[in-house]
Ligand binder design. Structure first.
Ligand code: CR6
Length: 829
């Protein structure tokens, strides 16, 4: 029997005497004790941030009991663990998550109320830990939470960036990037683990040392430069406190904090050069999403956290095992994209050079240990490093990659009769673009399992980037469709809907999200539909308040909220959405008598600082918003809003407030998407292409409950082969032509009429992203949505069916599949 989340003092599992109490009196007392003795303030003098810290420390203590217990249990069982290596963890705020997962919401709020402090207000002060760019980083965060919830013993390994993803402001319509400073008030969640530090080398030389008779010479790498990786641990607590896993993030430090000789001889700056150079490695997150940032510092980051994590994994293994020959039975290492792919070469070096293992055995263990997730097919995002850079920074790893490559090519020629062209396709070295190491190929050959993140994406992997490798290793690629955690994205983000569901179908869905399907029966119940709609309206009013506070724009919560929030990228086609807004604006003005559906189009998202087209799209959205919102002719029929600084916390407000979710990428290019899942779970209707996980969403939700439009992936490929360009399409569609003309003639940018000539010109000359090609279909589908909006009962029925049928897209399901098919670790359920 699970405890009732709203009961006064539910202990997640059996309470042991040492456990801290969960009742309100004890919590209230302890919060003040933290305030007094850990922070040095009396309740009367405490400021908001002091309360945040005191509450965090109080909640944290309750996690620690479980954490230590989990560590002991794990060590005693000797079972297999998962190490999830990811350059990004986009965790957002942790306090609400922790309180929710411990079922402490009511009690903590009650305890704080005694001091006239509001828990909601305190929670909002917590900085958003933005150690990631977008979907990939957020997926890693959802996976950490799900591993702890379903009982997969896991470690997340990543980088403790001092500055996370930049803060975005909009000035005169354009994006401005400002540094982010999440550690400003300290980070009460983390524990520095000095004893867990490792040396990481760069550069230098490799020498051959003659070994024992009959054995090959050993290679000795003497790095020219060495830095220290220091671990910082954050406990991640699962649902109902069942398990606590560890997120271990590495921070770079110099071995010598200061060069005293230099300092004493008067070179005060030079004395700090080394420590600056070392610390630069973990100073800032690269803000490129689905795009390779090809600088040396990025490769240093990748190697730094890979090597530190592997050294840590090996050390932990050897604490309870005699040798490394069973490493693959005890740990599964998941490579989250190719960012940690250098791990394949580094593990070989550690096994062979440092621990004296034979090459063949080491290779077998390496392959059995690693698995790799691919997250994109975009050519500009596939990582490849110039050989000369790789060799200079990582000379021994380069040798190892050559050796692996030779073996793979030999195997291909011998067993499958591969010839020239197909050898070039599998080679770890790209010979065409000035010789580069291909990280995707390295990750692929070094892993026993390779997965895509949606069914369509996985199929396309087999047909495109990994076509030849798939022929060589036909059993290696499998699919693992992404998911999102329902704790954060339903319970915490949408308490109104959660309560309504609890009242309607009971609380079973909290523990087993598949039970949410029970609400399907109520989709035709008028009373329930009204309550569902009332919750949505409240969530929209909350978003309207945010829009009014931040932008001084008033929007009507009764209008249709049509929302596209995600990174700004040409393939995601925010431009298509903006053109539709312009065309609609035009129509509303020229046909004022028509019964238009009042709409609020909401945009949010960041552009990579060096991605000029993406920045132009942001500028255009803001220019169009300014003109439309100030035109009395459209009255309240159309509003366009760009909310700055999209992040996890803002997403938690936006996702529950959407009527329409825009998932309109050019088919074949969005590997999965995860925002699409969050919206639909919260009862938004999707307008989307048959791309990424939209395809599977359609299958689960039912074709009639989702708006699908546009070219399919194979049609896009076909058009591109035929040399499609937008001109003839545009000339045949007056609606589109006029909208584009308005944009390119300066209607929205009178201060610089030519500002959007480039963007529009691309559609005429090329239309690579099929915006012109898909416009009519998109427009028609939006009008179908208008028509449905006119029938609220029917709209709400479909919205309820979305919520009811989205449970498969829980990251608990994804994690169970990884555990069963790739990691071969157990779960609780
Ligand atoms: N940009 C994909 O583009 C996917 C996530 C997580 C992305 C997106 O469709 O949902 O990964 N890819 O799998 C990369 O980051 C390389 C993303 O977030």
């Amino acid at each position: 029997q699970r405890p009732d989340p709203d009961a006064a003092a539910p202990l997640p599992h059996d309470a042991s005497a040492s456990r801290r109490s969960y009742d309100v009196d004890a919590l209230a007392e302890e919060i003040v004790e933290k305030l007094t003795y850990s922070i040095g303030k009396s309740p009367a003098r405490a400021r908001k941030y002091d309360w945040l810290r005191a509450v965090t420390l109080t909640v944290r203590d309750r996690i620690i009991d479980h954490w230590l217990e989990a560590e002991d249990a794990r060590a005693a069982s000797g079972g297999k663990q998962v190490a999830y290596l990811s350059m990004e963890f986009l965790i957002g705020r942790l306090l609400r998550d922790a309180i929710n997962n411990l079922n402490l919401t009511t009690q903590v709020a009650e305890a704080l109320k005694r001091y006239n402090v509001d828990l909601d207000m305190i929670e909002l002060l917590e900085p958003d830990a933005a150690l990631g760019n977008g979907g990939l980083g957020r997926l890693a965060a959802c996976f950490m939470e799900s591993m702890a919830s379903v009982g997969v013993p896991g470690f997340g390994y990543g980088i403790r960036y001092v500055h996370g993803f930049f803060r975005q402001e909009i000035a005169d319509g354009a994006q401005v990037e400002l540094p982010e400073n999440w550690l400003l008030h300290g980070n009460p969640w983390e524990f520095e683990r000095r004893e867990r530090s490792y040396e990481i080398g760069f550069g230098g030389k490799v020498t051959s040392v003659v070994g024992e008779p009959g054995k090959p010479p050993r290679q000795l790498w003497r790095p020219a430069e060495r830095v220290l990786a220091v671990a910082y641990d954050t406990p991640i607590v699962g649902w109902r406190g069942a398990h606590v896993n560890t997120l271990r993030l590495w921070s770079a430090q110099a071995l010598d904090p200061i060069l005293l000789d230099a300092f004493n001889s008067g070179d005060h700056i030079g004395a700090l050069v080394e420590s600056n150079k070392a610390e630069a490695i973990t100073r800032v997150l690269y803000p490129a999403d689905s795009h390779q940032a090809g600088q040396e510092l990025r490769l240093r980051q990748e190697f730094f956290f890979s090597s530190a994590s592997l050294q840590d994994i090996i050390r932990r293994h050897l604490e309870t095992n005699e040798s490394l020959s069973n490493l693959h039975d005890k740990v599964s290492i998941q490579l989250n994209d190719t960012h940690p792919a250098v791990s394949v070469a580094e593990l070989m070096r550690l096994l062979v050079d440092v621990h004296g293992m034979e090459w063949d055995e080491a290779w077998e263990i390496t392959r059995q240990t690693f698995s790799y997730t691919n997250h994109t097919l975009l050519p500009e995002a596939l990582e490849h490093w110039p050989i000369h850079l790789f060799e200079r920074l990582l000379p021994r790893q380069m040798q190892i990659i050559y050796a692996i490559n030779a073996a793979v090519i030999r195997q291909a020629m011998e067993s499958k009769g591969f010839d020239g062209g197909r050898i070039a396709a599998i080679s770890l070295i790209d010979e065409n673009n000035g010789r580069r190491v291909r990280m995707g190929q390295l990750a692929f050959v070094g892993s026993h399992a390779v997965n895509g993140v949606s069914a369509l994406h996985t199929d396309l992997m087999k047909e495109t980037v990994f076509h030849a490798l798939h022929e060589l290793y036909p059993d290696r690629i499998q699919n693992k469709t992404n998911g999102v955690t329902p704790r954060r994205w339903l319970m915490e983000a949408n308490p109104g809907l959660t309560s309504l569901l609890k009242e309607t179908i009971g609380e079973g869905f909290l523990d087993d999200i598949s039970k949410i399907r029970d609400v399907e029966r109520f989709a035709t119940d008028a009373g329930f539909r009204d309550r569902f709609a009332a919750v949505k309206r409240e969530n929209k009013a909350r978003l309207a308040d945010v829009i009014s506070e931040r932008l001084a724009i008033s929007v009507d919560p009764d209008a249709l909220f049509d929302i596209q929030v995600k990174r700004i990228h040409e393939y995601k086609r925010q431009f298509l959405n903006i053109i539709e807004a312009v065309a609609l604006y035009d129509q509303i003005r020229s046909q004022p008598a028509t019964n238009w559906t009042p709409r609020v189009k909401v945009f949010a998202g960041k552009a990579a600082p060096s991605y000029l087209q993406a920045k132009e799209i942001i500028h255009l959205a803001n220019d169009v918003a300014r003109v439309i919102n100030s035109d009395p002719a459209v009255r309240d029929l159309l509003k366009v809003v760009f909310i700055p600084n999209y992040n996890v916390s803002l997403a938690e407000i936006i996702m529950p407030a959407a009527d329409i979710s825009e998932q309109i990428s050019t088919a074949g290019l969005e590997a999965s998407g995860t925002g699409n899942m969050k919206f639909a779970l919260n009862g938004a209707l999707t307008i989307g292409t048959l791309d990424g996980a939209n395809v599977e969403m359609r299958d689960h939700i039912g074709e009639e409950n989702i708006f699908i439009f546009g070219l399919t992936a194979s049609e896009v490929a076909q058009r591109r082969r035929e040399g499609h360009s937008g001109r003839s399409v545009i000339e045949g569609l007056p609606l589109l032509r006029d909208a584009l003309h308005a944009i390119s003639s300066g209607v929205f940018s009178p201060d610089e009429p030519n500002r959007y000539n480039g963007l529009v010109g691309n559609l005429y000359n090329n239309d690579w992203w099929m915006i012109a090609a898909d416009f009519q279909s998109y427009w028609d589908t939006q009008r179908r949505a208008d028509a449905l909006w006119a029938d609220p009962a029917e709209w709400n029925r479909k919205a309820i069916l979305n919520t009811a049928r989205m449970s498969w897209f829980s990251s608990d399901r994804s994690i169970r599949e990884y555990a069963a098919d790739i990691w071969r670790t157990g779960t609780d359920a």
